[in-house]
Design a protein around this ligand. Structure first.
Ligand SMILES: C[S@@+](CC[C@H](N)C(=O)[O-])C[C@H]1O[C@@H](n2cnc3c(N)ncnc32)[C@H](O)[C@@H]1O
Length: 260
């Protein structure tokens, strides 16, 4: 997976922040939980959660060293929050956390079964999970459009052997993915969301950070052209420059209780 631009992300992530702020407010905490934030990015959301568990702690992990660097050097640090480089598909926590959360990171993990298995292993026996990420639906996603552009004659040589770096699961698939990890879905919703970046340029800046997997394949001088092509083609999907539409899956899970 590509190393996301942590400093750049801090400047363009109003969208994620608005969504995560909603999600963090909607999760019930007593205030002493030990929490794991998977795919914490620059740690903004992690710190919001830490403020809600003053008697507990939060560990944010992310495989991108530049994201963790941004998380560790942000101005608004709290005593009960820590960050480390880590990947959900290889992390090896065993029964440490009362709550595992993940915001808009898990659609970047193609191997969903492994991700949920490791999340389940990280849970205390009565632990809970809250995840929120982009799921599949009838409308082509921005990532679908990026894959289509990568296949065009101009770009295809740079993308030889390139595997789709994301997955948008169908909402109905979560129950069986979770069950394979010993988790049960206790609540699930899908919201059709939109975010107006206010201009085509602002949307392109956001895409430039979020397209790290694609742009890692390109010379820096070609990145703006690639992003422009994706943004142009995506406009036909949503009908307006600067508009982003996506389906947001939110789910709460816990360990399954098996009846004997
Ligand atoms: C859109 S950012 C979300 C960051 C943060 N959770 C937020 O809401 O602002 C997606 C993050 O997922 C991370 N990510 C990608 N693959 C991952 C993996 N295998 N395990 C954990 N995080 C991953 C990326 O490094 C990136 O920081």
């Amino acid at each position: 997976m590509a190393d996301w631009d942590g400093a750049g992300y801090a400047h363009i992530s109003g969208l994620q922040r608005a969504m995560a702020t909603d999600a963090v407010e909607s999760v019930s905490v007593a205030g002493a939980e030990h929490v794991l934030d998977v795919g914490c990015g620059d740690g903004y959301v992690t710190r919001l959660i830490a403020a809600r568990v003053p008697g507990g702690s939060v560990l944010g992990i992310d495989p991108s060293p530049r994201m963790i660097e941004a998380a560790r050097t942000a101005d608004d640090q709290l005593a009960n929050v820590d960050f480390g480089v880590g990947d959900v598909t290889t992390m090896a926590f065993t029964r440490d956390f009362d709550l595992v959360v993940s915001f808009n990171a898990l659609h970047w993990v193609v191997d969903q079964e492994t991700a949920y298995r490791h999340i389940a292993a990280a849970l205390a026996p009565s632990g809970r999970v809250l995840v929120q990420y982009v799921c599949g639906g009838p409308r082509p996603s921005i990532e679908n459009v990026a894959m289509a552009v990568a296949g065009d004659v101009r770009w295809s040589a740079a993308f030889t052997g390139f595997a789709r770096p994301y997955v948008h699961i169908e909402p109905g698939a979560l129950t069986s993915i979770a069950a394979s990890a010993g988790l049960g879905v206790t609540a699930q919703s899908v919201t059709d969301r939109e975010w107006d970046f206010g201009s085509r340029e602002a949307f392109a800046r956001w895409c430039t950070v979020g397209f790290a997997d694609w742009t890692a394949r390109l010379p820096a001088a070609d990145v703006p052209d690639f992003v422009d092509e994706v943004v142009d083609r995506y406009e036909a999907v949503v009908g307006r420059p600067g508009l982003f539409r996506f389906l947001q899956l939110r789910a709460e899970l816990s360990r399954r209780v098996w009846n004997s």
